[in-house]
Design a protein around this ligand. Sequence first.
Ligand code: ADP
Ligand code: MG
Length: 654
Amino acid sequence: MSKLTVNDCDFNGKRVLIRVDFNVPINKETGEVSDDTRIVAALPTIKYVIDNGGKAILVSHLGRPKGEKKPEFSLYPVSKVLEKLIGRKVLFADDCIGKEVEDKVSQMKNGDILLLQNVRYYKEEKKNDKEFAKKLAELADIHVNDAFGTAHRAHASNVGVADYLKSAAGFLMEKEIKMLGKAVENPDHPYVVILGGAKVSDKIGVITNLLGKADKILIGGAMMFTFLKAIGKNVGNSLVEDEKIELAKEILNDAKEKNVDFVLPVDTVIAKEIKQGTESKVVNIDDGVPEGWMGLDIGPETIKLFEKKLDDAKTVVWNGPMGVFEVEDFSKGTSEIAKCLAGLKNATTIVGGGDSAAAIKKFGLEDKVSHVSTGGGASLEMLEGKNLPGIESISELPEKKNRGIVVAGNWKMNKTPSESKQFANMLNGAVGNEKDIEIVVFPSALSLDGVSEILKDSNIEVGIQNIYPKDSGAFTGENAIPMAKDLGLQYVLVGHSERRHVFGETDEFLNTKVKAVLDKDLKAMFCIGELLEDRKAGSTNEILEKQLKQGLKDITAEQMKNIVLAYEPVWAIGTGVVATPEQAEETMDYCRKVIAEMFGEDTAESLKILYGGSIKPENFESLICQKNIDGGLIGGASLKESFIELVEIAKNHI
Ligand code: ADP
Ligand code: MG
């Protein structure tokens, strides 16, 4: 994704203005929140911010107070619910701008949460007033947008503030952009779209946009009758938009021209009134709906037909229920299609639209589909192919120079020679050839012979974890560079923190090693990194600069082409603690500057710098998104199948 997300940000000590969607229903009599779904949904982003040392300032709208301070739209009850759900104190400010709020914010400590009063108490919010947005922005250092439901509107609290603050997508927003964005821009095929619901007119934009993209479009819901009438079927008293019949004809023609399989129902469940238990029956569409009756659901033959059409789908987007699902007698079409989606294997299944989301929830299948979009209007507009202002305003990730990506696995003192061979065989079968991706493994010295033999025709390079900088001689226990060359190895790891700290190798000694490696035309993966006490003392940059200047002393710019740098904060190696992508990026940017000073801009620009330290499939993408991070030197996660996942992530990223 090209957008900045919370994973890319460093929140420590920062005031973070989070635009959440707390537009929850309030019980008129008790004044209490009657459904906390949206508050629960916002928790991951809020927790991430406070767990990373941020001060969370939450801003939201609730209902339609139309620019007036009406107490029935107060967010105060929400603060109480949030407090229970998140298990810590939630401060509340009875305004969203002004002195009182500023004072409260200035007293916040890292990890505190403050909920601001309804932002729509000000009419300036919906007008996206510049001054108002500025006042909101002044409360914070960074903005997080997690309110997808308002993304199709340019308001001050989601869009306006981004003129003054860096704006990052929260987790909910990120998922919406990823899922819906992919469905619109580059879906896997066959791509099946199911449309239903009340009106054709609501979904015209979606149909026209998806006609050029989907392989099949299945039509259910009331909107089917406008299409059926357009092709001359009797629709009785079913809901029809007569003024859209011409349009329906055009759409059908268009579908034919574009070779889209446009599927209309073959039967329907009819009744005389929308009421549970009323007389109902199934009729064939060819026989038509009799006068006085209306079609309220798709029939059993249509369900079978749709299931068949969905059978080989790789992407499914569903918007609009198949019938009046609110009434049990007419809910079968909707529930069966929901079940069918839930059962699809290897397909990305996306449900959008307020009522469709409610339907899938009612049937208890929301966790069985890939994504249920939370924004009614916003998801429709996205499916229409429109650019939403609330997404456009999120900051772009910094542009990255194309240096390619390195995925390197340091097996350290793990795996016996037989285990290593077995694992190498597995990697050989699983990792294909990919331009711009360099894959390297560093087995233990005793395993090198076997592993390099297995991988000799693959695109996986093999390196040695350590060498002694002499060609041969009385150096008991050591391995020499000519031995590594004899096995056809490409890389030598130099300066790993364990060599520095467990075996006491100094910068001067490491410099001798690097020079020996480069002199023999092998590539060196040169590691640097600071200890926790260095970081705490604020001397990170100083330490790294010393490691670079002494470790790479007397090396030429030409030789630097055979060096890959790996930055591994020692406090993040094997500890499960990972530097935030922003921390890593900042430090690595500094290292590149030191390299530029030593070897010139060109060398610095083309040098690959890897990050190392507790890399996992969950955090890899957010790291390699950074401008200065060109891959990873992976420890624990390189010993398992997760290494293949990491290679896949790199491939998808390129
Ligand atoms: P979504 O909110 O998912 O986009 P819509 O708002 O377009 O869906 O439509 C949902 C409504 O359509 C539901 O309330 C449902 O009862 C109604 N509906 C579906 N099929 C029919 C039908 N055959 N006749 C009348 N109403 C229908
Ligand atoms: Mg609706």
